[in-house]
Design a protein around this ligand. Structure first.
Ligand SMILES: C[S@@+](CC[C@H](N)C(=O)[O-])C[C@H]1O[C@@H](n2cnc3c(N)ncnc32)[C@H](O)[C@@H]1O
Length: 302
């Protein structure tokens, strides 16, 4: 197991943003907000053990070692969470089941959603179906005491945009207003693809950058302005970029010093390119609008 200790702390203010260099399993337990269980939201996109070149981290452990590593980082993150805190994990098929079992049965957390991030342009293969999704696991310590900002993540419903159903405009309390609803648990759409090529979000040094809309949805739904968001695997810094843009405090840990410096530059100097433009709240309908009279369409326009 890697034993590097924190070497560099990259810091900025307004809101407080910090990145620690080293192994998250060693660093997080030593951080004061973690010791005091003051972290409101953890978002974790760990190495998948797929032999990706991560500068310093070796992404090809024996399977048993990888499972031990997975439980260790999960434990330090869960220990850092506030009683009302939430942890989200981005993980492919290989290890989703083990993570769910660990969080549910060993750590007694409550699973609120098992979402799926669907993307096009998975890597081509002939021997099995092409991978086009990653699991997005949402757990909380206490289902009766959690941050859930439904109003901040609403999107137009298909009933409104595709079927012009007037009932959707007249929802009773507890449902989305004006033809809107909470997004479904499969996430896709414009700006939801993997960040590649000349995408304007793309940052140097990293092949596994998540789209900003994804973090925008998670951070808006499960934290408030001024709250503390933590990412144990900072990578190119997407969580920090979005947290800062949304006025949340941020702590990241990153094993590679070069990646950490690069992420810090992205977070503090480049900043977000899509957050706040409504992209995370746009319709994800996949069928063309059904033809209806102009009057019916006007009545249900969102
Ligand atoms: C999948 S990438 C994260 C990508 C990130 N979500 C983004 O959007 O850019 C995983 C990152 O975790 C780092 N890492 C791997 N093991 C680590 C550990 N034990 N502690 C801290 N960081 C680690 C790797 O160097 C890599 O940059």
């Amino acid at each position: 197991m890697a034993t590097r200790t924190p070497k560099t702390t990259l810091k900025a203010d307004k809101p407080e943003t910090k990145i620690y260099v080293g192994d998250c399993r060693k660093i997080i337990p030593r951080l004061s907000p973690a010791k005091k269980q003051q972290v409101d939201l953890v978002f974790a996109d760990p190495p998948f053990n797929w032999n990706v070149k991560y500068d310093k981290w070796h992404d090809g452990m024996p399977r048993e070692d990888y499972l031990d590593f997975t439980k260790e980082w999960l434990d330090v993150c869960v220990d850092a969470l506030a009683p009302h805190g939430a942890i989200w994990v981005n993980i492919p098929d290989d290890t989703a089941a083990e993570i769910v079992m660990h969080l549910k049965h060993e750590r007694k957390l409550h699973m609120v959603n098992w979402c799926v991030w669907h993307f096009r342009f998975g890597q081509n293969r002939m021997g099995s179906f092409i991978m086009s999704k990653v699991h997005v696991l949402y757990f909380v310590k206490d289902p009766k005491n959690r941050i859930w900002n439904a109003d901040d993540i609403l999107e137009p419903s298909d009933r409104a945009t595709t079927y012009f159903d007037p009932r959707t405009m007249n929802k009773k309390e507890g449902h989305g207003p004006s033809g809107k609803r909470v997004p479904m648990d499969v996430w896709y759409g414009q700006y939801w693809g993997r960040i590649q090529g000349n995408n304007k979000e793309r940052w140097k040094r990293h092949e596994n950058q998540l789209p900003e809309v994804y973090l925008e949805r998670v951070i808006k739904a499960c934290s408030n302005e001024g709250d503390l968001v933590m990412d144990p695997f900072t990578g190119s810094g997407t969580t920090g970029v979005v947290a800062r843009a949304l006025d949340r405090r941020f702590i990241g840990t990153e094993y590679s010093e070069e990646n950490a410096k690069s992420a810090f530059e992205r977070i503090v100097e480049k900043g977000a390119v899509r957050v706040g433009q409504g992209h995370a709240n746009q319709s994800t309908a996949i069928f063309a609008p059904r033809s209806r009279s102009k009057a019916a369409q006007d009545a249900t326009r969102v």
